[in-house]
Design a protein around this ligand. Structure first.
Ligand code: TXA
Ligand code: MG
Length: 313
């Protein structure tokens, strides 16, 4: 008999071990946090992170929040100044996410930060997410575990209804308590601004709420104060069947170039390689970048969205 997907396991040691094994194998798993259920993947495995996007059907790539066990683990990934350390010490574990300068060579996949040199980190206050972080030994990227444009899941049944068989395992530990996504504070060279309101308020944090982001609701949009997307500095041409002039060609499938998103035409691999390929193109001696056509199917839509934005700037 074939097991029905998704498998929903109540939180216990066995469920945690199964979740950790799947995550270490590059799979995605839905795990509760104190805010909402997250759709987790190993943040150091680009293809695993691409599977988050494929499962959510998100039409674009946003930088994702990375969950870690404690401040020590966070400091291995990002640079903390005194203000950041004070907030972390006061509020972690808890529903506070800090956006900080990313250390180089941490092994965090470029798709997690969407190519940015900053990273959003948080230490969740939930026994299930903490147990899986401990058992997997990996930093876990996790947006809310719902399909794109659906509301955030606060119960395992919401995840199952929204993602169905697109997620192999849901760890069920009952309803979440906060019910709204974590408060996000930007600390990358701007002294602390609220990028997304959440369970911890501006007053509690001793920060002024940004008027542009003051609404709390089901659809909180991306912040405006920090660049939320990396784009290459050089002009970029799309749908290139071949190199023209001094272009650096990023190939796909049968179109070979100076680099390729996926020689076999695999869209998950292409998503996983996208931001690294754009950074390599930017660092190359060529003055222009061209990219082979990418099919619009599945996660291809998100790849094309990012490429189109990089081309029109
Ligand atoms: O409560 C939560 O935070 C939930 C649970 C699962 O932990 N997670 C969550 O993750 O909401 P996610 O990945 O959907 O949140 C991503 C948001 C982006 O929309 C963006 O606004 C912000 O975090 N973000 C992430 N990295 C950023 C960066 N480097 N710079 C600015 N904003 C960033
Ligand atoms: Mg969400």
């Amino acid at each position: 008999m074939v097991a029905q997907l998704p498998q929903i396991l109540p939180f216990d040691d066995v469920a945690v071990a199964v979740a950790a094994r799947l995550l270490r194998a590059g799979e995605i798993v839905a795990i509760p946090t104190e805010t909402v259920y997250g759709l987790a993947a190993d943040a150091t495995n680009a293809e695993a992170v691409a599977r988050i996007y494929a499962a959510k059907g998100r039409p674009s790539f946003n930088p994702l929040i990375v969950h870690v066990l404690d401040l020590t683990a966070a400091e291995q990934i990002a640079q903390f100044d005194d203000a950041a350390r004070a907030l972390a010490t006061r509020w972690w574990p808890g529903p506070l996410t800090l956006v900080l300068p990313l250390h180089p060579e941490t092994g965090i996949a470029g798709l997690v930060t969407a190519g940015l040199d900053t990273i959003a980190l948080r230490v969740p206050a939930h026994r299930a997410m903490q147990a899986v972080l401990q058992a997997s030994g990996k930093p876990l990227a996790a947006p809310s575990a719902n399909a794109s444009n659906a509301i955030s899941p606060t119960r395992a049944s919401h995840v199952a209804a929204s993602l169905g068989a697109r997620v192999p395992l849901i760890l069920d530990d009952g309803p979440t308590t906060a019910g709204v996504e974590s408060t996000i504070v930007g600390l990358a060279g701007n002294g602390g601004v609220i990028l997304r309101p959440g369970p911890i308020t501006a007053e509690q944090l001793g920060l002024s709420a940004s008027p542009r982001n003051a609404q709390v609701g089901a659809h909180i949009t991306a912040p405006g104060q920090l660049a939320t997307h990396y784009a290459p500095a050089k002009p970029l041409r799309l749908d290139a069947a071949a190199r023209a002039g001094d272009e650096w060609l990023i190939g796909f499938g049968t179109i070979t170039g100076d680099d390729t998103l996926s020689a076999t035409g695999d869209l998950i691999e292409a998503a996983a390689r996208l931001f690294d390929a754009l950074h390599r193109a930017d660092a190359s001696p060529a003055d222009h970048i061209a990219v082979a056509p990418i099919p619009e199917d599945g996660i291809g839509a998100a790849i094309n969205d990012r490429l189109r934005r990089a081309a029109h700037r």
